[in-house]
Design a protein around this ligand. Structure first.
Ligand code: HDD
Length: 690
């Protein structure tokens, strides 16, 4: 950002650590200028290398130590800076946290999105939960909301976290499969640990395949507490709602994207911010008065349960905008250290046993990952609030404390730094009593009710995707007993679901099981009330020599005007020649791209003969059709669709015989509507050979 006034406090603070090497001489770490870095110092041209070559030794030593342990979960991720601002002060009656209640205050943030199971170098689009971790650099210290794009978790007690993660990670003998839940150990665990069933239902749903980080919800998952000025608590669940709506890939597409562009979600986030299409979310809260703690048919402390939005509406709080890509992936995105226990006055924990374990684990993991207790000094982690304490020494201490004491109380340094100043964090005063026992609360033991609520809230298309996902995943499980045990658990969620899954995985279909007539929660479906928008949608425009340049230009301009991102794909890079001999610039060469990297495809007329003879072009449109994407063709462009056996009357397919300047507005409107719908879910594609 060039506008100084528009820079947030974190951005300005980072200036002291930013290094600009442009036009500078190469030096050693000690600042000594280096004359030559291509050859080591040797005794003669062909002689042995000399020990005294401090430059080459330093260069190699640093290289040897450049890797740090990847995160034990959520290793693969991408992040960006931004700002958060509350709409108004309406939460003030519930919390003293000013970043949530002062609309004049803009709080800098860093958000890191991630997959969970895969390694740091794995692909972006496996079937997996996505992390959605936000560090708010507030004036009262850092607040971290370390959430996911599912509102529920797989287990209820942090004691099971190592077991769960060991089960979902690649198997211990051969480290197969990478970034995939479709294997024996995960499903063995699931079949034996029914508390997983609800989150597994989300994992089998389209929620596990987000089209973009910018198009997924986020959830704090746990029930936290807001604390007001009088010390009164209110239970709270946090929600992030994306301005572009919540949209997913289809499974076949997600698998192909892993090959065509393993950085698909990371690139999408980066490109959108570079283009000035800043991603936005609304923060919302569900509030529950303390006196209603036991008003639900589940326990608020159970992280495998959500509060249906129809029961407790989500109240809008403020807006998050991501507006700046990091300067350096390692320094910022890799070294950012989140911790659920990073809270600020006005926000506190509950006794959720999963949250309590997290409050131990995150600090602990940073100690090995970032090499010692001073990781809060790293530029990305440093609060914008002032830091004063007696925590001295340790690896990588960056600060030069000048006080003569490092203990409290002291008389030598005027008892500084002193505790108890105004604005100090005060823990919620909660009365607790009970016997010391190692057991699960009875109130946690309905494992099936909300899994069924989720299942029954799906539209038929979403339900079909869930069944297909179970069949795929269990189909990869080699041990038939595990498959049967999973089906046996699903029977207790819903008999029909269990029967449909069983029919695809070669295990006997159960004849008895749950039939629930209970309520549904439409808010759980992505398809009941989707946000429709063409903004930032990527549209491939196929072209070859002879293309209708006038029509193409009209279409591309129209898409741009609507906020979409059209790209002209030629058979090679460079230009194609239009039917009137003009150059049409190619944005991408067809062989370098794939339909799965676009939201929609358009075929102008004039080039159909060349495209019909090109297997890639035929496959491109057929595959886009298979994945339910919007398809448009004008003039003779429709001939390519016909050659690919695409029904021009199918939902989401828009054609016109008109061409050139005559391409009608209604056609452009219809195409935009089809793109905004995200997918034509009612399209039949079983017989499409792609
Ligand atoms: Fe966790 C990372 C989200 C349960 C232990 N977790 C991590 C990240 C996210 C979450 C988004 C990546 C942060 C980043 O981008 O750096 N984790 C969750 C959610 C959970 C959850 C939403 C349940 C509601 N996690 C959980 C439990 C434990 C952990 C129960 C341990 C008892 N999580 C970790 C960790 C990680 C982590 C090992 C790995 C790297 C890191 O913390 O910084 O401490």
């Amino acid at each position: 950002m060039t506008d100084e006034a528009a820079r947030d406090r974190k951005d300005a603070q980072l200036d002291r650590d930013r290094v600009i090497d442009a036009d500078e001489a190469l030096t050693t770490q000690q600042g000594v200028r280096v004359d030559h870095t291509d050859d080591s110092l040797k005794a003669g041209g062909r002689g042995p290398t000399l020990m005294e070559d401090f430059h080459v030794r330093e260069k190699i030593t640093h290289f040897d130590h450049e890797r740090i342990p990847e995160r034990v979960v959520h290793a693969r991720g991408a992040g960006a800076y931004g700002v958060f601002r509350p709409y108004d002060d309406s939460l003030r009656e519930f919390t003293t946290a000013s970043f949530l209640t002062d609309p004049a205050e803009e709080t800098p943030v860093f958000v890191r999105f991630s997959t969970v199971a895969g390694s740091r170098g794995s692909a972006d689009t496996p079937r997996d939960v996505r992390g959605f971790a936000t560090k708010f650099y507030t004036r009262e210290g850092n607040y971290d909301l370390v959430g996911n794009n599912f509102p529920v978790f797989f287990i209820q007690d942090g004691a099971k976290f190592p077991d769960f993660v060991h089960a979902v990670k690649p198997e211990p003998r051969n480290e197969i499969p990478q970034a995939a839940s479709a294997h024996d150990t995960l499903w063995d665990f699931v079949s034996l640990q029914p508390e997983t069933l609800h989150a597994i239902m989300w994992l089998m749903s389209d929620r596990a395949l987000p089209r973009s980080f910018r198009m997924m919800q986020g959830f704090g998952v746990h029930t936290f507490r807001l604390i007001d000025a009088a010390g009164r608590g209110t239970f709270v669940k946090f929600h992030w709602t994306p301005a572009l709506g919540t949209h997913s890939l289809v499974w076949d597409e997600a698998q192909k994207v892993s090959g065509a562009d393993p950085d698909f979600n990371r690139r999408d986030l980066w490109d959108a911010i570079e283009a000035g299409d800043f991603p936005e979310w609304e923060l919302g809260v569900q509030l529950v008065p303390e006196e209603d703690e036991f008003a639900f048919d589940f326990d608020l402390l159970d992280a495998t349960k959500l509060i249906p939005e129809e029961q407790v509406p989500v109240r809008p709080v403020g807006r998050l905008v991501l507006n700046r890509n990091p300067d350096n992936f390692f320094a910022e995105t890799e070294q950012i250290a989140f911790h659920t226990a990073n809270v600020v006055p006005g926000i506190d924990f509950t006794n959720d046993p999963l949250l309590q374990a997290r409050n131990f684990s995150y600090l602990d993991t940073q100690l090995i990952r970032l090499g010692g207790p001073n990781f809060a000094h790293l530029p990305v982690n440093r609060p914008v609030a002032e830091v004063h304490n007696d925590q001295r020494d340790g690896y990588g201490q960056h600060r030069v404390h000048t006080s003569g004491t490092s203990y409290n109380k002291n008389s030598i340094s005027g008892d500084s730094p002193a505790p108890g100043a105004e604005g100090s964090y005060r823990h919620y005063t909660e009365k607790v009593e009970g016997a010391k026992i190692r057991e699960r609360s009875e109130s946690f033991k309905d494992f099936y009710g909300q899994a069924a609520l989720f299942w029954h809230s799906m539209t038929p298309v979403e339900a079909e995707h869930i069944v297909a996902a179970y069949r795929f995943e269990l189909g990869k499980v080699t041990d038939k007993d595990i498959r049967a045990r999973v089906v046996d658990q699903l029977r207790l969620v819903d008999l029909e679901l269990a029967q449909r899954v069983a029919a695809g995985v070669g295990v006997p279909a159960p004849s008895e099981g749950a039939h629930r007539e209970g309520p549904t929660s439409p808010a759980l479906s992505q398809l009941t009330d989707p946000v429709r928008s063409v903004a930032t949608r990527k549209v491939a425009v196929l072209a070859a020599d002879g293309v209708d340049g006038t029509g193409l230009t009209r279409l591309v301009a129209d898409l741009r005007r609507r906020g979409a991102v059209p790209e002209v794909l030629g058979q090679t890079d460079g230009v194609v020649h239009s039917e009137t001999g003009e150059d049409v610039v190619v944005d991408r060469a067809l062989p370098t791209m794939a339909s799965v990297l676009y939201d929609a495809v358009a075929v102008p007329g004039g080039a159909d003969a060349a495209l019909r003879a090109d297997g890639r072009a035929l496959h491109f449109v057929a595959e886009a059709f298979k994945h339910g994407k919007a398809i448009a063709a004008f003039g003779t462009g429709s001939d390519l669709l016909e050659a690919a056996r695409i029904d021009p009357g199918a939902p989401g397919v828009v054609t016109t015989a008109a061409d050139g300047g005559d391409v009608p507005d209604a056609f452009l409107d219809d195409f935009a509507d089809a793109i905004a719908a995200h997918r034509a879910w009612d399209r039949r594609t079983d017989d499409v050979a792609a």
